[in-house]
Design a protein around this ligand. Sequence first.
Ligand SMILES: [Zn+2]
Length: 178
Amino acid sequence: MVLTLVCSLFLQDSPKTDDDAIVFVPWDAWVRFEKGSWVRYRVESPSATITGRTVLQAKNEELILLQSVQKVKVGDGEFETEPTPIELKPPSSRPEPCATCKNLHRSNPKRGTEQLEVAGRKLRCVIVTDVVYDCQGKEIGRAQAWYSRDVPGWIVRMETTSPSGKVTHVCLEFEAKK
Ligand SMILES: [Zn+2]
């Protein structure tokens, strides 16, 4: 995933700690949590609303195994997916190269901090704002993400815009076993 910056509207204050220099890598976002940790989230896009739950199933030095179940609502229809395994491997570098072109996309992330609340818990989040580029280096959208190292998978909130519309990902609830 590539995140880069736009404006300082949402940047409440400047990063103050090393933790604030956060670079999102799925492996890093799960590796500090133990088996049984989970996160529940909702993703709203112009085409569908997805409510999902991701659970950490197993972990060793080479592999983190997650399991995802999603309820997908499209128009008046709704269905639930089969439990789907997700395998995370340690990254070769940080940030990770693009999975498609194997290169690092252009990126100029801007970071700030803001407090958000999830299921009654106040979380200090690092906000990362960036322009998103495709594999040819063309700007295709913008992304803003609120991360907390206390949440399995780190994503507290994420908003992305692209030609196909706006997508909002919100963490609804979580349990962190450490
Ligand atoms: Zn690429």
